[in-house]
Design a protein around this ligand. Structure first.
Ligand SMILES: *[C@@H]1O[C@H](CO)[C@@H](O)[C@H](O)[C@H]1NC(C)=O
Ligand SMILES: *[C@@H]1O[C@H](CO)[C@@H](O)[C@H](O)[C@H]1NC(C)=O
Ligand SMILES: *[C@@H]1O[C@H](CO)[C@@H](O)[C@H](O)[C@H]1NC(C)=O
Ligand SMILES: *[C@@H]1O[C@H](CO)[C@@H](O)[C@H](O)[C@H]1NC(C)=O
Ligand SMILES: *[C@@H]1O[C@H](CO)[C@@H](O)[C@H](O)[C@H]1NC(C)=O
Ligand SMILES: *[C@@H]1O[C@H](CO)[C@@H](O)[C@H](O)[C@H]1NC(C)=O
Ligand SMILES: *[C@@H]1O[C@H](CO)[C@@H](O)[C@H](O)[C@H]1NC(C)=O
Ligand SMILES: *[C@@H]1O[C@H](CO)[C@@H](O)[C@H](O)[C@H]1NC(C)=O
Ligand SMILES: *[C@@H]1O[C@H](CO)[C@@H](O)[C@H](O)[C@H]1NC(C)=O
Length: 781
């Protein structure tokens, strides 16, 4: 289905002519021509100096922009036509006006032909008259969809390959510095279109922005997130080795943590003084929020003793975290009484390990940091078009093939390189967690009061899994085992539906009409339940459900399936799938979680009462794009009976840049930037109040923020269960980049997820509309 993948450039039709051409060239001994010789590939990898420049975003009002790829031959040989190909990544569709160019698109200016391979992967192939002398260069001018205002939209690690030879990454594009990407100095480069209101901040504009805050008068926070009540007394107490921790049968783990932190011993009886006591207390509920009473705690510090109270393990653990925070100089503790409780039961962090992989060690670090800031839900986005990251017992192909990216056009051994991963096997973008790794992550999270919510994204965003199981199919067909070949197949090979996702995939939706698909999903859920069961029983299963671009229309299997089920058309299949998942999760007594896209047809939400069995459905609402009239979606979902996690892309997407600067990392489709202050200033209890400027940097009108000037009222506030920060990792390849994108924004998230500040108590919105738009609230931070 979808785009045909060209194995070779079609010039092979001209074999005879080419041979004549080649033998002419052979006369000249310093011409690289021999396609069976690895030195051709090596020469290009070492000597082709690539440069990529955005020319202009101002060409045709938002539809397209122009850019160019320059290839310079820095060696002393001539590069001539042959069957070599240069692979590169484009997150914007190239030559969109000509698409689909199945036979490639001829770039007249550089005598090369351009192909879209899959997703971000494209290739350039020389035409027969291609010839580049030593120190000569060619310029390929491109038209691409939308705009490019950031350097990190360009991905590194381009590579060169020819049939029969070993691919090699082109040195001038290697690494993470993106030195081959030209500067974004002119407005038509760093702005999206001529009426874009954003320009990079200057030192002056940044100063002005910061000056509003009067930060000089803000005292350092002892504890983040801010506790409900901190009653500080004068004086402090030094907890030295003469102190002990009184053991607690029930909360032994916390006693141990506290003892370890202060370097104390644990004893079973209470001494006269100088002790830290752990006591269960049942009436703690300072915020009067029934869903978070188990996380509430009380700390009382006097010069004789310290008591730590909570009614459950979670609260005890958070008391320990707070003790660590206030033990700042490592010596003494301030005398105080701290009463605390979170506003939201769900305080989450989401991480996409599909686009790029992050090791188990990295995940543990993130969990440790989440625990420090009292975040309690880890939404683990384990699968994507670009990678399947969790070993599933019985289906080794998913990770043996689906977790690896390398240059194998058949995708028998790995899936195609994407997003700058380069061509070697097991390079960037490759990796997975074994079931043992996953269980270690679960144990680590569980010890820190963090629930792990695995997400296996379906039916869209599943290309890695689909391709892995197609490879599995071919493997078993080769040995004549048709039953095994079909067992978990997710593809109807006869489906001729043409579609293209927003990430330019044409084959990333599982076929939900196949029996084998249902068998596969059951197997997945059962496997996850088993991995979780002795550590942290699986409670929420997230099936993704976002951005299904359309498939199945021309699938014979779906036609059969529809008539068997008495269903009308393919449009009903998406809902059928949601109902099917509701049944599966119900059988296993799980909550079902989805990105909110999974719960609607067009703009109409599915009626929750029509879900056949499981109506415990958690909707993650990312889409609050004001200017599209989507600002009220969270309330629509909550009012319709879904439980909602606010995942708002305008404030809580930490893959977006910190500033509207082309040098900043990140995608910027939801908002031009999200700095820590913006996340900190997010008001979950009144979502419309968060609207400030559009993605273009223009003030929003009330009509945009609240369609028809009517701000939807939240009728079921209890259905907003919390907030979550999201990190997608298309542009994030290294651990350092991950940390830069996550921190400090995650601290701001934690603050809002736990603590409702005074400045969040907004008077009647009617009277303060102007205030919303001028962003006055920031002065109160
Ligand atoms: C190309 O190189 C291979 C091995 O390096 C050699 O065997 C072959 O004869 C060469 N072909 C041509 C056309 O020179
Ligand atoms: C071409 O460059 C290679 C390596 O850079 C060198 O070994 C060779 O001598 C050079 N040939 C000529 C003709 O300059
Ligand atoms: C600092 O803040 C305190 C309390 O909010 C206020 O009373 C005081 O006047 C402020 N000082 C200055 C210099 O602004
Ligand atoms: C503390 O209590 C736990 C649980 O009863 C017990 O396993 C542990 O040995 C005790 N530790 C000390 C040091 O008393
Ligand atoms: C606590 O909340 C309950 C309902 O959730 C309410 O009936 C009660 O009045 C509240 N108590 C206080 C002290 O606010
Ligand atoms: C799928 O399963 C149904 C019954 O569950 C059966 O009737 C049908 O033949 C199966 N189809 C295939 C292709 O195996
Ligand atoms: C099938 O769909 C068409 C148009 O979408 C509608 O007019 C028709 O009533 C539907 N039939 C059934 C049986 O639902
Ligand atoms: C879900 O389960 C209900 C009740 O068992 C059944 O009637 C319905 O057909 C099932 N729906 C799907 C989509 O599997
Ligand atoms: C949803 O379905 C239920 C039960 O069929 C019905 O009572 C209710 O009116 C429907 N709600 C909407 C908004 O259509």
């Amino acid at each position: 289905m979808g785009i045909k993948m060209e194995k070779n450039c079609p010039m092979l039709y001209f074999v005879t002519i080419a041979v004549v051409f080649i033998s002419n060239l052979q006369a000249n001994s310093d011409i690289v021509y021999n396609s069976t010789d690895q030195s051709l590939i090596d020469y290009i990898a070492e000597n082709a100096e690539i440069r990529y420049d955005v020319i202009s975003n101002f060409v045709d009002k938002r539809k397209t922009f122009t850019s160019k790829i320059t290839i310079k031959n820095t060696g002393n040989l001539t590069i001539a036509y042959n069957n070599w190909e240069i692979y590169f990544y484009a997150i914007r569709l190239v030559q969109p006006n000509e698409y689909p160019y199945k036979e490639g698109f001829k770039l007249h200016n550089c005598k090369m032909r351009l192909y879209h391979v899959a997703g971000s992967l494209c290739k350039l192939c020389p035409e027969r008259n291609f010839r580049m002398e030593s120190h000569d260069f060619v310029e390929c001018k491109l038209v691409m969809k939308y705009w490019q205002s950031a350097k990190t939209d360009t991905m590194p690690n381009w590579y060169v390959w020819a049939e029969g030879l070993t691919s090699r990454d082109i040195e001038s594009t290697q690494g993470d510095t993106l030195t081959f990407v030209g500067p974004f100095e002119r407005p038509e480069q760093y702005q999206r279109y001529a009426d874009d209101g954003w320009s990079p901040f200057t030192p002056e504009s940044r100063f002005k922005k910061n000056d509003e805050l009067a930060v000089s008068n803000v005292s350092e926070k002892l504890v983040i997130p801010t506790p409900v009540e901190m009653n500080m007394k004068s004086g402090s107490v030094k907890v030295d080795s003469s102190w002990t921790v009184v053991n607690s049968t029930k909360y032994y783990q916390v006693a141990k943590l506290i003892a370890e932190h202060f370097g104390l011993t644990i004893r079973s009886t209470k001494p006269q003084e100088k002790f830290i006591d752990i006591t269960e207390q049942h009436d703690l509920n300072p915020l009067n929020v029934s869903t978070t009473v188990n996380e509430a705690y009380l700390i009382q510090i006097s010069s004789q003793y310290i008591t730590v109270s909570a009614r459950a393990k979670a609260g005890m653990f958070y008391a320990y975290q707070t003790l660590k925070s206030i033990h700042q100089d490592g010596k003494s503790l301030p005398l105080c009484v701290i009463k605390d409780q979170p506003r939201f039961a769900y305080r989450g962090m989401h991480l996409d390990v599909g686009r790029n992989f992050f090791s188990k060690e990295e995940i543990l670090k993130i969990l440790e940091t989440m625990a420090m800031y009292k975040l309690n839900q880890f939404h683990f986005h384990l699968t994507e078009d670009e990678g399947w990251r969790l070993e599933i017992p019985g289906i080794p192909e998913l990770t043996e093939i689906g977790s690896r990216r390398c240059h194998d056009l058949n995708e028998d051994t790995c899936i195609l390189p994407q997003l700058g991963s380069g061509s070697p096997k097991n390079g960037l973008g490759s990796g997975f967690y074994t079931t043992e790794d996953y269980m270690e992550i679960l144990r680590y999270a569980n010890d820190r009061n963090i629930q792990v919510i695995p997400e296996i994204d379906m039916p869209g965003h599943c290309r890695a899994g689909i391709k892995a199981l197609e490879a599995r199919y071919r493997k078993y067909m080769k040995i004549g085992n048709e039953v095994e070949a079909n067992k978990y197949l997710l593809t109807d090979f006869a489906d001729k539906t043409q579609y293209l996702t927003v990430q330019w995939f044409s084959d990333n939706a599982i076929n939900i009409c196949l029996n084998s698909t249902a068998v596969f999903i059951r197997h997945l859920i059962t496997s996850l339940i088993e991995m979780h069961q002795d550590i942290q029983p699986l409670n929420i299963y997230h099936f993704g459900g976002d951005e299904v671009a359309g498939a199945w229309k021309e699938s014979p299997e779906c036609k059969k399936f529809l008539s068997k089920k008495g269903l009308n058309d393919t449009a009903t299949l998406k809902r059928y799938f949601a109902h099917f998942m509701s049944n599966l999760t119900n059988d296993e007594e799980l909550h079902m979680a989805v990105w909110a896209d999974a719960l609607k047809e067009g703009n109409a939400l599915y009626n929750i009462s029509a879900f056949p069995t499981n109506q415990n459905i958690i909707a993650y609402n990312w889409d609050n794009l004001w200017e599209r009239g989507h600002g009220d979606k969270a309330y629509k979902l909550a009012n319709a009976g879904y439980k909602v996690v606010l995942s708002h892309a305008t404030h809580l997407y930490f893959d977006h840049p910190y500033e509207p600067n082309p040098e900043e990392r990140g995608y910027y489709w939801a908002t031009r930037f999200t700095d820590t202050r913006k996340t900190f200033g997010y008001i979950p209890d009144d979502i419309f109040y968060n609207a400030d400027k559009s993605r273009d940097g223009h003030l929003l009108t009330k009509d945009q923020i609240c369609p028809n000037n009517e701000c939807l009222k939240l009728e079921k506030p209890e259905n907003i269960i919390g907030i979550q920060g999201q990190v997608w990792t298309e542009t994030i390849r290294t651990s350092q980049q991950l940390h830069e994108m996550m921190f400090p924004r995650m601290l701001a998230l934690a603050e809002r997820a736990w603590h409702k500040s005074e400045w969040e108590q907004i008077p009647d919105r009617g009277g303060s509309w102007k205030q919303i738009r001028s962003g006055l609230r920031f002065q109160k931070l």
